[in-house]
Design a protein around this ligand. Structure first.
Ligand code: ASP
Length: 272
């Protein structure tokens, strides 16, 4: 809603995607993004995020600790450094230099859940943790320009050091301002091995609708993962004309479309 309202008030797509995903990064109840996100199996909350601008520029942070708004740090990497991606301690130092306050990301609730997890230490990525896992967002502004953002605390109780698809340009997010954009959520390992967001944009370039492109990307993952019934992978895509599509492996994923002042929750079609 935040991003939609901003676009209605003539904000750029880039500002809208950043501030749109920031809402969930700050939401303590969301256990998969920003502050309140679940930690890794050693108790560290580490965030992955990226942002991509209509001109093809991109910024990304991985294994970022102590910052709620990973997407904003990613935007600073894009705008104020000669690089695309900063990791871990370096990303954290950079954030401090840019004036982001140091924040403890583990909350009372996420610490409690972690302590309960420690009793069994079972690592089972849940298929649909909640309706909105990683936050991926694509916006088109009044000039027709497309921007995208993707932000996540990654898989709950992942190994220390693990980085997912969400901060990887081409995996968790990709766009080409002449064609359209795509974002992903779900099992990062499967998405990374297929470069799914890049694939979706290339399929749209070759004439597929956003819906067809998302379906092909899911079929690719299924083909190379015999255990596909055990995990989720979900994609949303938009083309330059503003047509959208979404597809996922398992039932239970939905996405929100804001157009002409209307906010619509759309259940994604699924394979299995
Ligand atoms: N894609 C994210 C990751 O693998 C997790 C998620 O979407 O829930 O880090």
């Amino acid at each position: 809603i935040k991003a939609g309202e901003m676009l209605t008030a003539d904000a750029t797509a880039l500002d809208a995607v950043e501030q749109g995903v920031m809402v969930e990064e700050a939401n303590l109840k969301n256990t998969t993004v920003g502050k309140g996100g679940a930690p890794d199996r050693e108790g560290n909350v580490t965030l992955d995020a990226c942002i991509m601008a209509p001109d093809g520029n991109a910024g990304s942070v991985v294994y970022l600790k102590n910052n709620t708004h990973a997407v904003s740090v990613a935007r600073k990497v894009m705008e104020d450094t000669p690089h695309v991606m900063l990791a871990g301690e370096g990303a954290d130092q950079f954030a401090r230099k840019k004036g982001f306050a140091k924040v403890e990301l583990l909350t009372e609730e996420s610490e409690k859940a972690y302590k309960e997890w420690l009793i069994k230490k079972e690592y089972i990525p849940l298929i649909n943790i909640e309706n909105h896992d990683t936050i991926g967002m694509l916006c088109i502004d009044k000039n027709g320009d497309i921007a995208g953002a993707c932000t996540s605390s990654g898989l709950s109780y992942k190994m220390n050091g693990r980085v997912g698809d969400s901060p990887l340009i081409g995996s968790g997010l990709f766009l080409d301002n002449e064609i359209g954009g795509a974002v992903a959520t779900g099992m990062g390992e499967a998405i990374m091995k297929n470069l799914s967001s890049f694939l979706i944009v290339e399929l749209m370039r070759n004439g597929k609708t956003p819906q067809e492109a998302c379906e092909i990307a899911v079929h690719r993952i299924i083909k190379s993962n015999p255990d596909y019934k055990d995990f989720q992978a979900a994609f949303i895509a938009v083309n330059k004309a503003g047509e959208t599509g979404s597809y996922c492996i398992q039932k239970g994923f939905s996405y929100v479309k804001y157009q002409d002042g209307r906010n619509e929750n759309i259940p994604s079609s699924y394979y299995f």
